[in-house]
Design a protein around this ligand. Sequence first.
Ligand code: APR
Ligand code: PHB
Length: 390
Amino acid sequence: MRTQIGIIGAGPAGLFLSHLLHRIGIDCVVLENRSRHDIENTIRAGVLEHWLIDLMNEMGLGERMMREGRPDTGITMQFLGQRHHLDFEELTGKKITVYAQHEVLKDLVAARLAQGGPLLFSVSNVAIADVETDKPRITFNDAEGAPQVLDCDFIVGCDGFHGPSRQAIPQSARQELDMHYPWGWLGILAEAPRSWHELVYSNHERGFALLSTRSPMTQRIYLQCDPHDSLDAWSDDRIWAEMQERFAFPGWELFEGKIFQKSIVGLRSFVCQTMQHGRLFIAGDAAHIVPPTGAKGLNLSVADVVMLSRGLDDWYKKGSKDRLDSYTETCLTRIWKYERFSWYMTTLFHRNDAETAFERRIHLADLDYVCSSKAAATALAEIYVGLPIG
Ligand code: APR
Ligand code: PHB
């Protein structure tokens, strides 16, 4: 098999890249080791930045998102028992859309298959070779187990944090920086009606809580917990009691319902300071991770592949290497702003047991500042709605 661009991974980065390349007439093949059913049913975050909404519409991928997604003009911040609306639309002129990542993936997969793919699910043993030459290759076993070779002009690793692509960059050529937080998120999906018209980020004595939604009758709620907690320690009754406390607000009711999904994830930040090596590029979670507060993972992954598609366009149409050569630098400039934002949102809203009484007062002053100063609120809003993609 031969293609121009071999893409490993059919998450947001890989699927968006395949669409962006198709749009500019560049061939690609996407190789994914999970099944279509699996990738379409893995629960992740669900906030889309304003430019991504425009991009999806421009690419003809936004029809269901426009129908089923919820355009939000802002968020609610809760602390010391009070609620404050941060009006992004007033502060920035822009909105966000709440639409789940797996729904985006369903739309991208269906559209890609309708265009004829190729999008190969359930492959195995993906390995990258010869990226330092101008004939890089991917070897893999197809869904039937037959060995295959994909000859490419370039390989793009969109295979998430645990995929093989980043590891294919020699250790001496990459620098990895990370940070672990002492906090986890217990995430649940519940069959319950919406309790509030927008996302609620609550900083509470008992720990952070986030009220989000998936559809009018399915709610997504997170609670700060110990990252080493076992799900067994979190009965449905304990979860609802904890949520009732952390979101408590006079005259308001948190609607309860059947919890049908629970998970616990630890929070971390990670950046690989090199995103290319020879003819291999990495994008999205393969290159960086943000903690989930602010829901930047998907948005950041798509921004990477937008930059990369521009570089590949210049390479094929103009014979120019400049944009490909500066891919890492262009992406990292944006990535570090988002790393800062996600770290800030995380530290702003989580309860930190290691804080001194003094630091706790500074922390509360920061929350109060964002809710009382237009300048401070705008600084948060500007990145929440998404920095322009340029
Ligand atoms: N071979 C083929 N595919 C692989 C391999 C492999 N060896 N390893 C991983 N993959 C696939 C995964 O199964 C997954 O579908 O690569 C895809 C990577 O997708 P994501 O992890 O979603 O990464 P990305 O596209 O960068 O999107 C990041 O998605 O995971 C969320 O929170 C994350 O919002 C962030 C966004
Ligand atoms: C989500 O809906 O999953 C979500 C929303 C906002 C966040 C994080 C996650 O900040």
